[in-house]
Design a protein around this ligand. Sequence first.
Ligand code: ATP
Length: 201
Amino acid sequence: LFLRQIRAVGFKSFAEPTTLNFTKEMIGVVGPNGSGKSNITDSIRWALGEQSTKSLRGSNMDDIVFSGSADKPAADFAEVTLVFDNQRDIFSTIKTDIVEITRRFNKKTRDSDFFINGEKCKLRDIQDVALETGLTKSSIAIISQGTISTFAEAKPDARREIFDEAAGLAKYKKRKLEALKQLAKTTENLTRISDIKLTLE
Ligand code: ATP
């Protein structure tokens, strides 16, 4: 069991501090339409650095902050913490047995802050870690309404990407791309150096 717990406050319909414990291999979430079932999976993707408000079913980041109800005022910020079991070293760069990933969005400052095990970090760090969870946007780990038909209708290249992500290849692809960029930069530097050398000779 990898994702152990979600804690949310001020995120979409989670006005009050809410803790969801995943203690069994299979969990069913039932409730009437619009009761907030999909907000749970949205909270996972948001905490893992999702930047597209459209894919979180909103028009801007303010839409993910609890907007108030008849008996509760609107929230100033949204915060979600995901608690992962890392006993099998799923996260290659984090050595603790339990890994807590937190995102906090402040409506006034419009800043998103990210934390790994309580320590502030950059969005990029979260995105790297998110690739290792297999829970990112293109992953099939979170299947929401419409995903199955998107998958069935996907072009071979797009479908291949979904399989790569599920197999954990995405992070290596990203690293390869970064290494290739670095290589191109180095080649450019080398050319410049040999040009300078020529003019000096
Ligand atoms: P369905 O079964 O129809 O897909 P669901 O149970 O998955 O529904 P969600 O789509 O998760 O429901 O939740 C939608 C609910 O969340 C709506 O009632 C909406 O008012 C509420 N909601 C979404 N964003 C906010 C927000 N920023 N503030 C308050 N409530 C919100």
